[in-house]
Design a protein around this ligand. Sequence first.
Ligand SMILES: [Zn+2]
Length: 299
Amino acid sequence: MRVWAKSGVAFNGVIAVVVGLGCALFALMAGLAWPAIVATSVALAGIAWLMTIRQDIRRHFVVKHPFPDEWHEILNRSVSFYRKLDEPAKRRFERDVQIFLGEQRIYGVEGQEVPIETKLLVAASAATLSHGRPDWEWGRTRDIVVYPKAFNDEYDVADGAKIAGMVQEHGPILFSDRDLKYGYQRSADGYNVGLHELAHVVDLEDGRADGIPGDLNWMAAMPWTDRIHKDLTNKHGRHLKRLLGNYAYTNEAEFFAVSVEAFFERPKKLEQRDPELYRLLSHYFNVDPRTGRVIEPVD
Ligand SMILES: [Zn+2]
């Protein structure tokens, strides 16, 4: 997540100039005097520019806030990926957490209060997935709804309920608070609901739950199609299946989401058992999950 969009400020400046020139033309046709034409055009161009960069400005002020000590403690205690980072990378991760929390709507089911630890773990999941990809933007059309624990198909928290998280195709992201925390308590078992559900969001970026990151163009997606087909049809052997578990083999989308969990939590094992899948994931996320270092430098 970038505070200032990479080419946005200049691009939006061009839009503002076009708006200004358009206004000048109208004012000229309306017969206004030159001082009025200039003043109106400059004012409207300025408003247009501010409107187009308002998200950047908002982010600028959000990240100006000092990162609270309590948040530091929670990230240090619970997020192993964060602990691996060097100091500049930690600051960038914290900034991403601030931006995510500043822009996303996270609320508890039936009006229940969501603890800050839970919000931070959701934001940390997002910051982990986008750490090597600063141009990735988490959409703001989905609400994030937190249930106290697992729920069933009727969205009830009832005995025997097993759903720990869910992303509805065009709807909200649902999390079980208990499972979210459990995923972060055990950071090397390949189970992390936060990463899993947000991996689904990455997959769904293009509207298709096909197990391929939705922002890849068709050429970049080709090796993914091939790899996922081979893995789902179990051509790659039982070793990977033992690592990922049967649930990964439900369909392409679950295969991707579970692979992302394994990539960040059990990278060495994933690399041993399926180097090609590991390479695709590390290339896409642009990060070495063993060290937290980005592969291609980000600015
Ligand atoms: Zn899933």
